[in-house]
Design a protein around this ligand. Sequence first.
Ligand SMILES: [Cu+2]
Length: 148
Amino acid sequence: MQFIFIKKRWLFSIFFIAIILAGSFFLNQYTVPALSQEQEQAKNFSIHMVTGEFKTTTKDGKEIESYRWDPGTIQVPQGQEVTLSIFGVNGHEHPFRIEGTDIKGTVKKGEETIITLKFEKEGIYRLICEAHQDPSNNGPMIAYIVVD
Ligand SMILES: [Cu+2]
């Protein structure tokens, strides 16, 4: 009887170990090798921006407004490819260019515009909306891309 009891305990132990091994096998199957922080950053580096609008009424009843890129300043590592996604929220459309590059496009309300950026030279590049360049036309709608 004693022998059978020990055997049962052994069976239980073997069963328990088998479950743990099977579990770790299945877990390992779904484990993706970890990327270094740098690889992870390069793979996932996208910057999100929206178009916004400030609006108010002055004391004399005049309505004034200004369109904005939000955030108004972004930082991009020099020589690294990043994705800039701009979603149009306020304003019908914003034709833009990035100074010092040949990048041009238009951000439309309710649509996402995706641009790939890679700057070899550090500096400050302006993302300029050509429809809203200064206060006389509801601007300045300018964002600053700091490449460092
Ligand atoms: Cu604009």
